[in-house]
Design a protein around this ligand. Structure first.
Ligand code: ATP
Ligand code: MG
Length: 556
């Protein structure tokens, strides 16, 4: 089955059933509602692809809405990065950019409506007391002593809360639902609390802030969201989501649907932990190429297309699962295989002198840019008397099936000539520091002069023309499959992989790579996919990041 012809996911099924039954006159409105308290990660990408994809598929609308209801953890830096990442992923929200803080007045007016209807009250229990009187799954909670205040008294107190007359923690507005409900979320949940911190958009206009459950459905209603899609942890909140909306007169009623959040092996995804890795200096910022953040993946060389492909392949379901990170890497390989320009690069150079090649002579050979796409054309690579090959392409004493270079053995230098190893140069401690080879002038272009076959073809770079670069090889950030296993008593940071970054200096690249930019995906032939580092690469110190190796090196 092609990837396009897969059957509908459960949310598409709900939408199509709704269209048939005429719900919302067939209209579809979705949103992606991040809280601006961190950078987006690959889990958020799943949500963006889902929400945007549904709007696109059903001719609906897609909103980007910042759920900025908690001033203490939020920053504009996060807002800017989130906008950039959503756009980059292809989540086209057009001019449909919204902020929950833009609805604070409307939410406040609805809170007053709740009070007037006797559905909400100002409570003076401390946060601890509220927790203590909440009850247990088997024991009902205790009614607050403030539960039966009159609407007039509640209204007056709530207005004074808004006016900043009370210190933090002294009063809350609570919904009056049912302290004996089997669903904890319905045991008189808090709607507003006092926070005396400036907000990144509303400044110090407000000192009472709405709680997520109260705010979210109202935001969805205001924006006429038909399918409010969130992760499974919110399933138990849905009765509250519905209850709030049902109390208010004449508003649009959205519906909440839950799907399983993305979990990836060898990765942590909680924003709190990612922040801790950044703040603690365990990684070099949010865009460190080892991070599962969108900006980290982008810097590492992942394309938006590869992330969308990954999201499409993993699908959308209602049960928890953990996806093997290899699936993400494979999506990158599959996309980059089609788009990356092939180049030759030697990461750990070994100098080869071709003794019978004339001094000072150079030749140009035509090399294919991308065998997967002829339209990408060809380029010229320069050959000369001294070239570099990979140290791993030579062995002094090779095992039987080793087809690369060794004393007396002949190999093909891709696009150039057959060479034979005549002499090995070693240093005082016996390390191989160079090779003396001969070439067969009849094998020009790497073709056999007389039908004789060589088993190995290796890549190379001309010493005259090579450009030098630093190459950063990344491995998994954690060396445990599930670093934040709740059963584990050890801290997830104990499982940070000390070998997650290897920096190679003095790598030799073919000259055409001088023109590479962070926008160009490159395949170093036989090695992997690479990308210029958008932050650290400078003309005087070119830095490449490895996106992924050619094959999954962890596979058995
Ligand atoms: P927090 O712990 O701060 O609530 P969060 O990851 O839920 O973190 P939000 O900014 O609230 O962050 O998330 C925005 C949207 O992305 C929500 O709709 C949420 O359901 C979705 N989302 C978050 N993490 C994942 C994930 N791992 N997989 C799929 N969707 C996710
Ligand atoms: Mg959240």
């Amino acid at each position: 089955m092609s990837e396009e012809s897969r059957s509908l996911n459960f949310i598409e099924q709900i939408i199509e059933d709704g269209i048939k039954s005429g719900k919302n006159a067939g209209r579809v409105g979705t949103r992606f509602p991040p809280e601006p308290n961190g950078y987006l990660h690959i889990g958020h990408a799943k949500s963006i692809c889902l929400n945007f994809g549904l709007a696109q598929k059903y001719g609906g609308t897609f909103n980007l809405r910042f759920d900025d209801t908690n001033p203490s953890k939020e920053e504009t830096e996060y807002v800017d990065s989130i906008i950039e990442d959503v756009r980059w992923l292809g989540g086209d929200f057009g001019d449909r950019l919204f902020f929950a803080s833009g609805y604070f007045q409307q939410m406040y007016d609805w809170a007053e409506e709740m009070i007037r209807k006797g559905k909400a009250y100002v409570c003076e229990l401390s946060p601890d007391e509220i927790r203590e009187t909440r009850g247990t799954p088997t024991v009902a909670g205790k009614d607050s002593p403030y539960r039966n205040r009159s609407p007039e008294e509640n209204l007056a107190l709530f207005r004074r809360m808004k006016a900043g007359e009370f210190p933090e923690g002294t009063k809350t507005l609570r919904a009056k639902i049912d302290m004996a409900s089997p669903n904890f979320n319905l045991r008189d949940p808090i709607m507003y609390r006092i926070i005396k911190a400036p907000h990144h958009r509303t400044g110090d206009k407000w000192c009472i802030y709405p709680m997520y459950d109260w705010a979210h459905g109202l935001e969805d209603s205001i924006e006429q969201i038909t399918h409010s899609i969130c992760t499974l942890e919110f399933e138990d909140h849905r009765p509250l989501y519905d209850w709030y909306l049902q109390q208010l007169d004449g508003i649009f009623i959205p519906h909440q649907y839950e799907f399983a959040r993305l979990n990836l092996t060898y990765t942590v995804m909680s924003k709190r932990k990612l922040l801790e890795l950044v703040k603690g200096g365990y990684v070099n910022g949010w865009s460190d190429p080892r991070m599962p953040t969108i900006c980290g993946l982008r810097r590492r060389g992942y394309t938006a297309e590869s992330i969308r492909l990954f999201c499409k392949r993993i699908g959308v379901a209602k049960f928890y699962s953990t996806i093997d990170v290899v699936q993400l890497e494979n999506a990158a390989r599959d996309d980059l295989n089609k788009t990356a320009q092939r180049r030759m690069a030697v990461l750990r150079p070994l100098k080869v002198t071709i003794e019978n090649y004339p001094d000072g002579k150079t030749e140009e050979f035509e090399a294919v840019n991308n065998p997967e796409n002829v339209a990408d054309g060809t380029r010229m690579v320069t050959f000369s008397k001294t070239v570099y090959i990979e140290q791993t392409d030579f062995m002094l004493d090779p095992p039987k099936k080793y087809y690369r270079l060794s004393p007396g053995r002949e190999v093909r230098l891709r696009y150039a000539y057959y060479i034979t190893c005549k002499e090995v140069i070693t240093d005082a401690s016996g390390n191989v520091t160079g090779l003396i080879c001969t070439y067969d002038p009849e094998s020009r272009g790497g073709t056999s002069p007389d039908g004789r076959k060589v088993q190995g073809t290796i890549h190379w770079v001309s010493a005259d023309k090579a450009i030098e670069a630093e190459v950063r090889l990344y491995d998994r950030l954690f060396n445990k499959e599930n670093p934040d296993d709740p059963q584990d008593t050890k801290d997830y940071k104990e499982y940070l992989n000390p070998e997650s970054l290897e920096v190679l200096k003095g790598c030799k690249l073919e000259q055409s790579l001088k023109e590479a930019t962070p926008a160009t995906p490159i395949q170093f032939e036989r090695i992997g996919y690479f990308r210029i580092d958008s932050v650290d690469s400078k003309p005087e110190n070119i830095v490449f990041n490895r996106t992924v190796s050619l094959k999954d090196s962890w596979a058995k």
